[in-house]
Design a protein around this ligand. Structure first.
Ligand SMILES: [Zn+2]
Length: 136
């Protein structure tokens, strides 16, 4: 577990007021921990409405876009809980259009090719690095 984020760091992150390496560190922490995302949402909702929408911030940074493979695994229900939560947040609260389009496309493909789904499912379980933030 990396050291925890201070609320002031999240505030500064929202303001894009951190040096690049700290922005990156906060992003990594957000990816790895849905609790920080909730905290970010709370901070953001306390702020003046309309100044920053969370969706806007997300789109600007594209920090939470899952990979296509992760979206596929999400559809199959094989993501670890915290990662699945994160993907849900990204799709439904942030409402990322890119990922929603990607997901719709994947849904169509999976409906057409059940045996490809099986292969993907097997591949996923054989891989120890199938989720957010993992290195290959
Ligand atoms: Zn996205």
């Amino acid at each position: 577990m990396p050291r925890s984020l201070r609320p002031s760091e999240l505030e500064a992150y929202l303001d894009e007021a951190l040096p690049p390496e700290d922005m990156a560190r906060v992003e990594r922490a957000l990816r790895g921990n849905p609790a920080y995302v909730e905290q970010l949402v709370t901070i953001n909702s306390r702020r003046d409405a309309g100044v920053h929408s969370l969706g806007e911030i997300w789109r600007r940074h594209r920090l939470s876009c899952p990979t296509r493979e992760q979206l596929g695994s999400y559809l199959l229900g094989v993501l670890p809980d915290d990662t699945a939560e994160y993907v849900e947040f990204h799709l439904h609260k942030v409402g990322c259009r890119v990922c929603r389009a990607n997901l719709a496309d994947l849904e169509t493909r999976q409906a057409e090719a059940p045996e490809a789904v099986e292969t993907r499912r097997r591949r996923y379980f054989q891989s120890s690095a199938g989720y957010l933030g993992a290195k290959r």
